[in-house]
Design a protein. Sequence first.
Length: 254
Amino acid sequence: MNISGNTIFIPGATSGIGLALAHQLRAKGNTVIVGGRRTELLDTIAAEGSGLHTVQIDTTDAASVATAAREVLDAHPDLNVIITMAGIMRVEDWSTPAGFLETAEQTIVTNVLGPIRLIAAFIEHLRSMADATIMTVSSGLAFTPLRATPTYNASKAAIHMLSESLRLQLAESSVRVVELEPPAVRTALMPGHEENAFAMPLDDFVTEVIGLIESQPEATEIQVENVKFLRYGEARGDYAQVVATLNHLDPHGS
């Protein structure tokens, strides 16, 4: 992905990683459209004078995705990048169905079905562009599980494999598939996450991401240094120790 000269749509960018990334991509000379469910947040972003465009979208609603896609393409026919940022992360208790089933279903609809709907809505247009990119957003937890969030982990593993598969299918087209793999980042994704001492500061994360896109335009996975501990545990042969460290467990199971 080239760092500048793009028209980029980022659903799920009214806060956190999405909004910070939108601002930095705008500063690099891109036209950026941010999407989100809450009109009051979109109105605030539009009123800030940052040059970001806005559109309302709820990726859990197929009709909303279709409507937003038409609105974006009508206003920005040169769109050539989508970043499927929208996602949720929830703690689950699998000791009883009442403790996890509703949350698990919401997570899959948002984190897996949402990106699939987005890609489906834009793929025909992107294939018509001379140079286009689909950037998916997985997680370090796609590769090393966090005990408290089983379905989130599974949803991000699904996004990783979806990205790998789409890259194979689109290899002969003009569309690149790039996977962004965040570590823990200090955002409001989960309660208390913004104060998590083990999470990466948001500005540091986004600055490193922008630097990687700029220095490695042909990269298929965007990995800041902090995520590699989780990403490559199995390849290094220390997967059990990585799982134990992440979950604060004794690696010997005691």
